[in-house]
Design a protein around this ligand. Structure first.
Ligand SMILES: *Cc1c(COP(=O)(O)O)cnc(C)c1O
Length: 379
């Protein structure tokens, strides 16, 4: 037996401690606050929520919530009940937390106990929330989501018509908002935007009068007639460009850097990485960094890192925990073991990385894994 006394284990070394982690994710909460202020400025008197689903798009829901609370934001949206309960635990009583995917059948009591607001997407969810209100002996807060044309979540027009004719449909429910979601808001010329807005107008008129909410990040940039009473931005807060055809009006929020674990000279004619998908044609200098697909850097994601302005292309395939870079562009000895190279940041934005991978910034951010050392800064 090779018994290591527990006492001698290095307590300060955890999977994500700075010395142990392979990569560092820096999240600029000051930039998130500035992005919130920029959206508010566009919205005038319209209220602005913060969307924190998927752990705040991967960057940390509780830290982002604290930053937004500092800006006076008091309405949050998450996707799942569990995210809502965790957020309530983190921010305490007061601010409204809406659960976009609705409350799972049978879990209404848990939602009530955590003082969550249901987003009601169906006639069944409406009945369940009404019953929960009866049991609680008070009106329960909710947003009624209608499907204005995305065909994903929310009551279809025929469901809205059905509940509209039932005088007791909303008994025990405090309708905070009637809401819907846009399918094509990032394409301002897309005819579906105006079609959805008109459908939303028609549907909300059938329901009890309540404040309305339609715009996500990109929806805010479609103009004031899409703003209604509450906007629900997520992506733009995190620095993703809400106007893909134009330059990004938001500040970047994340920086991802990976540690160099080894550098080496490669001879001409050697195979590099799994499957030998790359062979050197001439001698080159390579560096192996501590980041891979297990960290959420997909094999198809952007295929270069950066160091002091130099582009360092990936060689061969992304491994689970490592990537091999061609560092020939740098003077010999410039990049050393322990140095950090940039994967996301000033040289390669989240949207750049997404473009290379044939995906969107949302997927790049929400893929970033739990192994990084995370650093929250006010830049
Ligand atoms: C995710 C989501 C949002 C936020 O969308 P962004 O494009 O990230 O701004 C708003 N509303 C609903 C219903 C959503 O699902």
């Amino acid at each position: 037996m090779n018994d290591v006394p527990t006492r001698s284990l290095p307590e300060e070394v955890t999977a994500t401690s700075e010395v142990a982690a392979g990569a560092v994710l820096t999240i600029d909460l000051g930039a998130i606050r500035e992005n919130y202020r920029r959206l508010k400025a566009r919205l005038g008197n319209v209220r602005c929520a913060g969307v924190l689903k998927a752990d705040g798009y991967g960057v940390g829901a509780s830290q982002v919530a604290a930053a937004l609370l500092g800006e006076g934001c008091d309405i949050f949206f998450v996707a799942l009940l569990g995210e809502g309960v965790a957020l309530r635990r983190s921010i305490g009583p007061g601010p409204a937390i809406f659960v976009l995917n609705g409350i799972p059948p049978g879990a209404e009591q848990d939602a009530v106990a955590a003082d969550l607001c249901a987003v009601i997407n169906s006639v069944g969810q409406l009945a369940a929330w009404r019953a929960a209100g009866r049991r609680a002996g008070r009106k329960l807060p909710a947003a009624i989501q209608v499907d204005s044309g995305m065909s994903r979540l929310g009551m279809a027009p025929r469901d809205v018509e059905r509940v509209a004719t039932d005088p007791h449909a909303f008994d025990g429910i405090d309708i905070r908002f009637v809401m819907s979601h846009l399918a094509c808001a990032d394409e301002p010329e897309h005819p579906a935007n105006e079609r959805q807005r008109l459908a939303f107008e028609g549907l909300r008129k059938m329901l009890p009068a309540a404040p309305a909410s339609l715009a996500n990040s990109s929806g805010i940039f479609l103009g004031a007639r899409f703003h209604y009473d509450l906007a629900r931005p997520g992506a733009a807060l995190y620095g993703i460009n809400p106007t893909p055809a134009r330059s990004n009006p938001m500040l970047p929020v994340v920086r991802l850097e990976a540690k160099v674990v080894q550098t080496r000279m490669l001879e001409a004619g050697v195979g590099v990485g799994y499957g030998h998908t790359f062979h050197t044609v001439a001698p080159l200098t390579a560096a192996t960094i501590s980041l891979g697909y297990a960290d959420g850097w997909h094999r198809r994601a952007a295929s270069a890192a950066w160091f002091e302005g130099a582009r360092l292309p990936f060689l061969g395939r992304v491994s689970m925990d490592s990537i091999i870079l061609d560092i020939s562009a740098l003077p010999s000895g410039k990049l050393r073991e322990g140095d950090l190279v940039e994967l996301l940041g000033p040289s390669q934005s989240v949207d750049d990385a997404a473009g290379h991978a044939g995906t969107i910034g949302y997927e790049i951010l929400t893929s970033l894994g739990p192994r990084f050392h995370r650093r929250y800064v006010y830049g």
